[in-house]
Structure formats: structure tokens, C-alpha cells
Design a protein around this ligand. Structure first.
Ligand SMILES: C[S@@+](CC[C@H](N)C(=O)[O-])C[C@H]1O[C@@H](n2cnc3c(N)ncnc32)[C@H](O)[C@@H]1O
Length: 265
């Protein structure tokens, strides 16, 4: 990996897999959760880091933020692969949407928000804290990083909200109509947690608690998976898990806990 401090983008080229609407769940969460940060920003600059072989999810993030938060949002898609930067050029729509080469150092930009989805998944777990530090050091004051993983179609995902002090929260999200069991979410945990779904780790306890509650809520299945999920999450909360979100988000198949509740042992 290229080391920070040099002029070359910091990071390595990895697989460019992406898909339209793959990041819809995390984008909607960003609009709801980070909207005020963007609304209050003097310069509403957002970076989509590692947009992949096609710029489609960057295009979608820009339109969701423009429609849901503020129309003058400026989104810069950064990619470490120069061929992917060239391939994205026809999709640019300046000044609201541009593409450039860059890595974790964010190419000298000072955004208020960075989305880096399915990027760290292909790095070693030991590289995660350094990548977070590099990205958050480049943010505008008070800025936030959303870093996580999802499946190819965006049906299962997990992401962290990270600031200059480190991770704040973990959100798990599922398309409830295709969810067999919450244990499936373990495969899509952010890189910092994906190897921690083992006995003795808190994230393992959380997924097990959710899975047990989902099984216990089987009686609500005839009313639809949303009712079953709502009851399962309520029971996880009743069991003492410090959930940060409310039923309005649970209804969407989400659940958010503080990082301290799931941080690796
Ligand atoms: C799997 S794709 C993810 C695409 C899109 N974000 C998504 O979730 O569908 C990962 C992309 O991240 C890029 N990448 C990896 N490390 C990077 C870094 N340090 N800076 C910028 N891009 C990076 C890779 O070149 C690759 O195109």
C-alpha cells in the first residue's frame, strides 16, 4: 500500500464490483441522519470514495442528497484506479457532480461527509484504523465518514459512522421481504467487525440476540416481516441493548447501536 504523506493516492486498486441501487439503504440513512450536518455546512461538499467500475452509485448519492437535503450539494467521486476515473467522466455534471483520482487522503479535499462503501472490505483488518484516521483527518471540522459493506444487490448491509475520535455507531440493515434470518447480516458486517462474529465478541452477541428474537417473533410472520422485525428489535432493546434509533427506522429494516456496545474485545 502507498503510505500517507506521499503525493500518490493512498490505497490500492481492488475489485470494482458495483450495481445500481446497491447503496440505496445507506443513502437513505445518510439523508436522514447526516442531513443536518450538510444543511448547516458553508460548503456542502461530499466525497464518494471508491465508487467502482461504474459511477452509478455516486450519481445516485448526489441525486438523493440534492433531492433530500439540499440542491446545491457538491459530490466528488474519488477512485484510486485512473481507468475508472476516465470511465466516469461522461457521467459528470459539474459543479454538482465530478470525478477525480484519489485515495484515503481524499485528494486534498475537505468534505463534510465521506461515504466509503465496499472499499475496506478488500483490505486487511489491520489496515482499517489507519484508513479511518487518514480519511477523518481530511474532513472539514465536525465532518463524518460512513464506512461499511453490503451485498451485491443491497439487500443486506452494515455500516459505521466514524468521526475524528473513531467509530460512533454501527447500523445493520436488511430488506425484510427477503430476510430468512438476521444471522445473514453477519456476512456483511464492516471490515472492522466481520472477523469478530465469534463467541466472546459483542457483535456476535448482538447478532445472536437478534436472531433469537426473530425466532421468538415467528408468531408475527403472518402480519408480514416488518411486524416481525419490529417485535424482534423491541425485544432486543428490552433485553438491554442500547439501541440509538427508534421504530421509524426499525420499520425500514434497520437497527443502530453505539460502537461501544459492539467494539472488538
Ligand atoms: C467494490 S468497489 C465498490 C464500489 C461502490 N462503492 C459500491 O459499493 O458499489 C471498490 C472500489 O474501491 C476502490 N478503492 C479501493 N481502495 C481505494 C482507496 N484507498 N481510495 C479510492 N478508491 C479505492 C477500488 O479501486 C474499487 O473500484
Amino acid at each position: 500500500m502507498t503510505v500517507p504523506g506521499r503525493r500518490r493516492p493512498y490505497g490500492v486498486i481492488t475489485r470494482g464490483t458495483t450495481n445500481p441501487n446497491r447503496l440505496r439503504r445507506v443513502d437513505n440513512w445518510i439523508v436522514a441522519t447526516c442531513g443536518d450536518l450538510l444543511r448547516d455546512a458553508a460548503d456542502p461538499l461530499v466525497v464518494d470514495l471508491g465508487y467502482g467500475a461504474s459511477p452509478i452509485t455516486a450519481v445516485e448519492l448526489r441525486s438523493r442528497l440534492a433531492a433530500g437535503v439540499r440542491p446545491d450539494v457538491r459530490l466528488v467521486g474519488l477512485e484510486i484506479d485512473p481507468e475508472r476515473v476516465a470511465a466516469a467522466a461522461p457521467a459528470a455534471d459539474p459543479p454538482g457532480l465530478t470525478f477525480a483520482r484519489g485515495g484515503f487522503e481524499l485528494a486534498g479535499l475537505r468534505p463534510v461527509l465521506v461515504r466509503a462503501l465496499n472499499v475496506l472490505r478488500q483490505y486487511d483488518e489491520s489496515e482499517v484504523p489507519g484508513a479511518w484516521r487518514t480519511m477523518t483527518a481530511a474532513l472539514a471540522p465536525g465532518g463524518l465518514l460512513v464506512e461499511g459493506t453490503c451485498d451485491e444487490l443491497g439487500r443486506l448491509g452494515g455500516w459505521l459512522l466514524v468521526d475524528a475520535d473513531g467509530p460512533r455507531s454501527l447500523t445493520l440493515a436488511a430488506r425484510l421481504s427477503t430476510l430468512e434470518t438476521p444471522a445473514e447480516l453477519a456476512e456483511r458486517l464492516p471490515k472492522a467487525l466481520i472477523h469478530r462474529n465469534v463467541p466472546g465478541e459483542r457483535v456476535h452477541d448482538l447478532i445472536r440476540a437478534l436472531d433469537d428474537a426473530w425466532r421468538a417473533a415467528a408468531g408475527y410472520a403472518p402480519y408480514g416481516p416488518r411486524q416481525r422485525w419490529l417485535h424482534a428489535v423491541q425485544s432486543v432493546r428490552n433485553g438491554g441493548w442500547p439501541l440509538l434509533d427508534r421504530p421509524a427506522r426499525w420499520r425500514l429494516g434497520e437497527l443502530t447501536v453505539p460502537w461501544s456496545a459492539v467494539a472488538p474485545a
